[in-house]
Design a binder for this molecule. Sequence first.
Ligand SMILES: [Zn+2]
Length: 344
Amino acid sequence: MADISRIRCDIDFGRDGIQVSYLAVPSSTNESAYGTVTVPIAVLKHGTGPTALFTGGVHGDEYEGPVALMNLIRELDPGRLQGRLIIIPSLNLPAALTGERCSPVDGLNMNRVFPGERDGTITPMIAHFVCEALLPMADIQVDMHSGGKTLEYLPSINMRVPQDAQRAQKTFGALRAFGAPLGLIDRNLDDTGILNTVSERRGILNLDTELGGAGRVDRDTVRVAKTGIENLLKFFQMLDGDAVTPQQEGRAATRLAEVSDLACYVMAPDAGLYEPFIELGEAVQEGDALGQVHYVDDLNRAPWTVSATRVGFLACKRPPGRVQRGDNIAIIAQPLDPQRYGLT
Ligand SMILES: [Zn+2]
Protein backbone atom coordinates (compact mmCIF):
# COMPACT_ATOMS: atom_id res chain seq x y z
CA MET A 1 0.00 0.00 0.00
CA ALA A 2 3.03 2.27 0.51
CA ASP A 3 3.21 3.24 -3.16
CA ILE A 4 -0.48 4.16 -3.23
CA SER A 5 -0.52 6.29 -0.10
CA ARG A 6 1.73 7.73 2.59
CA ILE A 7 -0.84 6.51 5.12
CA ARG A 8 0.00 3.19 6.79
CA CYS A 9 -2.65 0.62 7.72
CA ASP A 10 -2.01 -2.84 9.14
CA ILE A 11 -5.50 -4.24 8.42
CA ASP A 12 -5.64 -7.46 6.38
CA PHE A 13 -8.69 -6.71 4.26
CA GLY A 14 -8.96 -10.36 3.17
CA ARG A 15 -9.23 -11.80 6.67
CA ASP A 16 -12.47 -13.02 8.25
CA GLY A 17 -13.56 -11.70 11.65
CA ILE A 18 -13.27 -8.24 13.12
CA GLN A 19 -10.15 -6.08 13.03
CA VAL A 20 -9.93 -2.72 14.75
CA SER A 21 -6.92 -0.53 14.01
CA TYR A 22 -5.85 2.89 12.77
CA LEU A 23 -4.95 4.70 9.62
CA ALA A 24 -1.56 6.11 10.55
CA VAL A 25 -1.39 9.50 8.86
CA PRO A 26 2.07 11.11 8.92
CA SER A 27 1.93 14.49 10.62
CA SER A 28 5.24 16.16 11.39
CA THR A 29 4.66 19.03 13.83
CA ASN A 30 6.57 21.23 16.27
CA GLU A 31 5.46 18.87 19.03
CA SER A 32 6.25 15.60 17.24
CA ALA A 33 8.89 15.33 14.53
CA TYR A 34 7.75 11.93 13.25
CA GLY A 35 4.21 12.31 14.55
CA THR A 36 1.16 10.42 13.39
CA VAL A 37 -2.55 11.21 13.40
CA THR A 38 -4.34 7.92 14.06
CA VAL A 39 -7.77 7.61 12.44
CA PRO A 40 -9.73 4.61 13.85
CA ILE A 41 -10.92 2.02 11.33
CA ALA A 42 -12.74 -1.30 11.73
CA VAL A 43 -13.17 -4.08 9.20
CA LEU A 44 -15.71 -6.86 9.69
CA LYS A 45 -15.75 -9.72 7.22
CA HIS A 46 -17.38 -13.10 6.88
CA GLY A 47 -18.50 -15.36 4.06
CA THR A 48 -18.96 -14.05 0.57
CA GLY A 49 -20.81 -10.89 -0.37
CA PRO A 50 -20.35 -7.25 -1.25
CA THR A 51 -18.03 -4.76 0.41
CA ALA A 52 -19.69 -1.74 1.99
CA LEU A 53 -17.70 1.33 3.06
CA PHE A 54 -19.34 3.40 5.80
CA THR A 55 -17.79 6.72 6.80
CA GLY A 56 -18.79 9.34 9.34
CA GLY A 57 -17.20 12.43 10.77
CA VAL A 58 -16.10 13.85 7.44
CA HIS A 59 -17.31 17.01 9.14
CA GLY A 60 -16.28 16.99 12.79
CA ASP A 61 -19.44 18.68 14.13
CA GLU A 62 -21.84 15.99 12.86
CA TYR A 63 -22.44 13.36 15.48
CA GLU A 64 -25.31 10.92 14.95
CA GLY A 65 -23.63 8.91 12.16
CA PRO A 66 -20.36 8.43 14.07
CA VAL A 67 -22.27 7.36 17.22
CA ALA A 68 -24.28 4.78 15.27
CA LEU A 69 -21.16 3.47 13.49
CA MET A 70 -19.16 3.17 16.74
CA ASN A 71 -22.04 1.22 18.30
CA LEU A 72 -22.26 -1.01 15.22
CA ILE A 73 -18.56 -1.95 15.47
CA ARG A 74 -19.02 -3.07 19.08
CA GLU A 75 -22.39 -4.78 18.66
CA LEU A 76 -22.35 -6.54 15.28
CA ASP A 77 -21.23 -10.16 15.37
CA PRO A 78 -19.14 -10.50 12.19
CA GLY A 79 -20.26 -14.14 11.99
CA ARG A 80 -23.70 -12.86 10.95
CA LEU A 81 -22.26 -11.01 7.95
CA GLN A 82 -22.15 -12.09 4.34
CA GLY A 83 -19.51 -9.78 2.92
CA ARG A 84 -17.20 -7.11 4.22
CA LEU A 85 -17.84 -3.91 6.14
CA ILE A 86 -15.21 -1.18 6.24
CA ILE A 87 -16.16 1.41 8.87
CA ILE A 88 -14.43 4.70 9.66
CA PRO A 89 -16.68 6.57 12.12
CA SER A 90 -14.56 9.74 12.33
CA LEU A 91 -12.72 10.11 9.04
CA ASN A 92 -11.73 13.71 9.69
CA LEU A 93 -10.39 12.83 13.14
CA PRO A 94 -8.73 16.18 13.95
CA ALA A 95 -12.05 17.95 13.26
CA ALA A 96 -14.02 15.30 15.20
CA LEU A 97 -11.75 15.77 18.23
CA THR A 98 -12.50 19.51 18.28
CA GLY A 99 -16.13 19.28 17.12
CA GLU A 100 -15.52 21.53 14.12
CA ARG A 101 -16.68 21.25 10.54
CA CYS A 102 -13.26 21.82 9.00
CA SER A 103 -9.91 20.38 10.00
CA PRO A 104 -8.11 22.43 12.66
CA VAL A 105 -4.81 21.20 11.16
CA ASP A 106 -5.03 22.58 7.62
CA GLY A 107 -8.36 24.45 7.76
CA LEU A 108 -9.88 22.37 4.95
CA ASN A 109 -13.42 21.09 4.50
CA MET A 110 -12.83 17.38 3.80
CA ASN A 111 -15.93 17.07 1.62
CA ARG A 112 -14.49 19.56 -0.87
CA VAL A 113 -11.14 17.83 -1.40
CA PHE A 114 -12.03 14.34 -2.70
CA PRO A 115 -10.40 12.53 -4.52
CA GLY A 116 -7.63 14.10 -2.46
CA GLU A 117 -3.87 14.22 -2.93
CA ARG A 118 -1.26 11.65 -1.99
CA ASP A 119 1.23 14.35 -1.07
CA GLY A 120 -1.21 16.96 0.17
CA THR A 121 -1.82 18.19 3.71
CA ILE A 122 -3.58 15.90 6.15
CA THR A 123 -7.17 16.38 4.91
CA PRO A 124 -6.54 15.65 1.21
CA MET A 125 -4.09 12.88 2.21
CA ILE A 126 -6.87 11.05 4.10
CA ALA A 127 -9.34 11.70 1.26
CA HIS A 128 -6.83 10.26 -1.21
CA PHE A 129 -6.44 7.09 0.89
CA VAL A 130 -10.20 6.58 0.88
CA CYS A 131 -10.41 7.02 -2.89
CA GLU A 132 -7.32 5.04 -3.89
CA ALA A 133 -7.03 2.35 -1.20
CA LEU A 134 -10.63 1.76 -0.06
CA LEU A 135 -13.06 2.73 -2.83
CA PRO A 136 -11.54 0.20 -5.27
CA MET A 137 -12.70 -2.53 -2.85
CA ALA A 138 -16.18 -1.06 -2.34
CA ASP A 139 -19.44 -2.07 -4.01
CA ILE A 140 -21.48 0.23 -1.76
CA GLN A 141 -20.40 3.56 -0.24
CA VAL A 142 -22.37 5.38 2.45
CA ASP A 143 -21.19 8.68 3.95
CA MET A 144 -23.04 9.67 7.12
CA HIS A 145 -23.48 13.42 7.56
CA SER A 146 -25.69 15.61 9.72
CA GLY A 147 -26.35 19.33 9.55
CA GLY A 148 -23.48 20.21 11.89
CA LYS A 149 -23.62 23.26 14.13
CA THR A 150 -25.06 25.60 11.49
CA LEU A 151 -27.77 23.47 9.86
CA GLU A 152 -30.52 21.12 10.98
CA TYR A 153 -32.20 18.65 8.61
CA LEU A 154 -35.24 16.47 8.90
CA PRO A 155 -33.27 13.23 9.37
CA SER A 156 -32.75 12.01 5.84
CA ILE A 157 -31.16 9.41 3.59
CA ASN A 158 -30.07 10.99 0.32
CA MET A 159 -29.19 9.96 -3.22
CA ARG A 160 -28.39 11.55 -6.54
CA VAL A 161 -29.93 9.77 -9.56
CA PRO A 162 -27.23 7.82 -11.42
CA GLN A 163 -27.20 7.79 -15.22
CA ASP A 164 -27.24 3.99 -15.14
CA ALA A 165 -30.92 3.03 -14.82
CA GLN A 166 -30.26 -0.27 -13.06
CA ARG A 167 -28.00 1.32 -10.45
CA ALA A 168 -30.50 4.16 -10.05
CA GLN A 169 -33.29 1.70 -9.23
CA LYS A 170 -31.07 -0.26 -6.83
CA THR A 171 -30.00 2.94 -5.07
CA PHE A 172 -33.64 4.03 -4.77
CA GLY A 173 -34.54 0.64 -3.29
CA ALA A 174 -31.76 1.05 -0.72
CA LEU A 175 -32.94 4.59 0.08
CA ARG A 176 -36.45 3.29 0.77
CA ALA A 177 -35.15 0.35 2.80
CA PHE A 178 -33.15 2.67 5.09
CA GLY A 179 -36.40 4.01 6.55
CA ALA A 180 -35.39 7.56 7.52
CA PRO A 181 -38.11 10.15 8.16
CA LEU A 182 -37.09 11.76 4.85
CA GLY A 183 -35.82 10.03 1.69
CA LEU A 184 -34.36 12.72 -0.53
CA ILE A 185 -33.20 12.99 -4.10
CA ASP A 186 -30.70 15.66 -3.29
CA ARG A 187 -28.97 18.32 -5.30
CA ASN A 188 -25.65 19.59 -3.99
CA LEU A 189 -25.14 23.32 -4.02
CA ASP A 190 -21.56 22.56 -5.06
CA ASP A 191 -20.57 19.09 -6.34
CA THR A 192 -16.87 19.77 -6.25
CA GLY A 193 -14.71 17.48 -4.15
CA ILE A 194 -17.51 15.40 -2.60
CA LEU A 195 -16.82 11.75 -1.75
CA ASN A 196 -20.10 10.54 -3.24
CA THR A 197 -19.37 12.41 -6.49
CA VAL A 198 -16.15 10.40 -6.83
CA SER A 199 -18.02 7.13 -6.14
CA GLU A 200 -20.66 8.09 -8.68
CA ARG A 201 -18.03 8.72 -11.35
CA ARG A 202 -16.58 5.28 -10.61
CA GLY A 203 -19.96 3.53 -10.83
CA ILE A 204 -20.12 2.65 -7.12
CA LEU A 205 -23.60 2.57 -5.57
CA ASN A 206 -23.61 5.42 -3.08
CA LEU A 207 -25.84 7.12 -0.53
CA ASP A 208 -25.38 9.70 2.15
CA THR A 209 -27.35 10.89 5.15
CA GLU A 210 -28.23 14.19 6.77
CA LEU A 211 -29.22 13.03 10.26
CA GLY A 212 -30.46 16.06 12.13
CA GLY A 213 -27.70 18.41 13.21
CA ALA A 214 -27.66 21.68 15.16
CA GLY A 215 -24.56 20.36 16.93
CA ARG A 216 -26.71 17.95 18.97
CA VAL A 217 -26.88 14.20 19.39
CA ASP A 218 -30.52 13.16 19.44
CA ARG A 219 -31.56 9.74 20.84
CA ASP A 220 -34.27 9.12 18.27
CA THR A 221 -32.03 10.16 15.37
CA VAL A 222 -29.25 7.81 16.51
CA ARG A 223 -31.91 5.09 16.44
CA VAL A 224 -32.89 6.11 12.90
CA ALA A 225 -29.21 5.78 11.94
CA LYS A 226 -28.80 2.37 13.62
CA THR A 227 -31.95 0.88 12.09
CA GLY A 228 -31.12 2.46 8.74
CA ILE A 229 -27.62 0.95 8.59
CA GLU A 230 -28.95 -2.50 9.52
CA ASN A 231 -31.74 -2.13 6.95
CA LEU A 232 -29.17 -1.32 4.26
CA LEU A 233 -27.14 -4.40 5.18
CA LYS A 234 -30.31 -6.49 4.92
CA PHE A 235 -31.25 -4.87 1.61
CA PHE A 236 -27.85 -5.82 0.18
CA GLN A 237 -28.20 -9.33 1.70
CA MET A 238 -25.16 -8.80 3.90
CA LEU A 239 -27.38 -9.54 6.93
CA ASP A 240 -30.32 -11.96 7.16
CA GLY A 241 -33.81 -10.75 7.88
CA ASP A 242 -36.32 -8.18 6.75
CA ALA A 243 -35.84 -4.45 7.04
CA VAL A 244 -37.51 -2.83 10.06
CA THR A 245 -39.99 -0.26 8.80
CA PRO A 246 -40.41 3.19 10.38
CA GLN A 247 -43.97 2.20 11.29
CA GLN A 248 -42.64 -0.80 13.27
CA GLU A 249 -40.62 1.72 15.29
CA GLY A 250 -43.65 3.94 15.84
CA ARG A 251 -42.63 6.53 13.27
CA ALA A 252 -44.34 7.81 10.13
CA ALA A 253 -43.45 6.24 6.79
CA THR A 254 -40.51 7.73 4.90
CA ARG A 255 -41.49 10.99 3.21
CA LEU A 256 -40.05 10.85 -0.32
CA ALA A 257 -38.95 14.22 -1.62
CA GLU A 258 -36.47 15.99 -3.86
CA VAL A 259 -34.54 19.21 -3.97
CA SER A 260 -35.67 20.06 -7.48
CA ASP A 261 -33.18 22.84 -8.23
CA LEU A 262 -30.67 25.17 -6.60
CA ALA A 263 -33.34 27.84 -6.01
CA CYS A 264 -34.52 25.55 -3.18
CA TYR A 265 -31.54 26.87 -1.18
CA VAL A 266 -32.61 30.11 0.53
CA MET A 267 -29.82 32.46 1.58
CA ALA A 268 -29.83 35.29 4.13
CA PRO A 269 -30.23 38.59 2.25
CA ASP A 270 -28.35 40.57 4.88
CA ALA A 271 -26.48 40.22 8.16
CA GLY A 272 -28.53 40.38 11.34
CA LEU A 273 -30.68 38.36 13.73
CA TYR A 274 -32.87 35.85 11.92
CA GLU A 275 -36.37 35.13 13.21
CA PRO A 276 -37.91 32.03 11.55
CA PHE A 277 -41.64 31.84 10.81
CA ILE A 278 -41.54 28.30 9.39
CA GLU A 279 -40.19 25.21 11.14
CA LEU A 280 -38.87 21.90 9.79
CA GLY A 281 -41.45 19.87 7.89
CA GLU A 282 -43.94 22.73 7.49
CA ALA A 283 -45.38 23.51 4.05
CA VAL A 284 -44.64 26.75 2.20
CA GLN A 285 -45.90 28.39 -0.96
CA GLU A 286 -43.54 30.28 -3.23
CA GLY A 287 -43.36 33.85 -1.92
CA ASP A 288 -44.44 32.95 1.64
CA ALA A 289 -42.48 34.70 4.37
CA LEU A 290 -39.98 32.19 5.77
CA GLY A 291 -38.74 34.61 8.42
CA GLN A 292 -37.18 38.02 8.84
CA VAL A 293 -33.76 39.51 9.53
CA HIS A 294 -33.72 42.05 12.38
CA TYR A 295 -31.21 44.89 12.78
CA VAL A 296 -30.42 44.90 16.47
CA ASP A 297 -28.56 48.21 16.27
CA ASP A 298 -31.30 50.22 14.50
CA LEU A 299 -34.92 50.36 15.76
CA ASN A 300 -35.93 52.63 12.89
CA ARG A 301 -34.99 50.05 10.30
CA ALA A 302 -37.68 47.53 9.31
CA PRO A 303 -36.73 43.84 9.38
CA TRP A 304 -35.93 42.29 5.98
CA THR A 305 -38.54 39.66 5.13
CA VAL A 306 -37.11 36.48 3.59
CA SER A 307 -39.47 34.83 1.09
CA ALA A 308 -39.73 31.20 0.03
CA THR A 309 -38.12 30.78 -3.39
CA ARG A 310 -40.00 27.53 -4.13
CA VAL A 311 -43.18 25.74 -3.11
CA GLY A 312 -42.68 22.69 -0.89
CA PHE A 313 -41.75 22.08 2.73
CA LEU A 314 -38.83 23.00 4.95
CA ALA A 315 -36.29 20.13 4.85
CA CYS A 316 -33.43 22.05 6.49
CA LYS A 317 -32.99 25.21 8.54
CA ARG A 318 -30.20 27.19 10.14
CA PRO A 319 -30.46 27.00 13.96
CA PRO A 320 -28.06 29.82 15.00
CA GLY A 321 -29.88 33.15 15.31
CA ARG A 322 -27.08 35.36 13.96
CA VAL A 323 -26.72 35.30 10.17
CA GLN A 324 -24.35 36.84 7.68
CA ARG A 325 -25.43 37.80 4.18
CA GLY A 326 -25.20 34.67 2.02
CA ASP A 327 -25.65 32.14 4.84
CA ASN A 328 -27.94 29.25 3.92
CA ILE A 329 -30.97 29.65 6.18
CA ALA A 330 -33.38 27.13 4.64
CA ILE A 331 -33.70 24.35 2.07
CA ILE A 332 -37.14 23.77 0.58
CA ALA A 333 -37.90 20.26 -0.73
CA GLN A 334 -40.73 19.06 -2.95
CA PRO A 335 -42.76 15.84 -2.79
CA LEU A 336 -41.12 13.29 -5.08
CA ASP A 337 -42.71 11.74 -8.12
CA PRO A 338 -40.31 8.78 -8.59
CA GLN A 339 -41.57 8.17 -12.14
CA ARG A 340 -40.10 11.52 -13.17
CA TYR A 341 -36.73 9.82 -12.73
CA GLY A 342 -37.87 6.46 -14.09
CA LEU A 343 -37.88 4.99 -10.56
CA THR A 344 -40.48 2.73 -9.05
ZN1 LIG B 1 -21.41 17.07 6.60
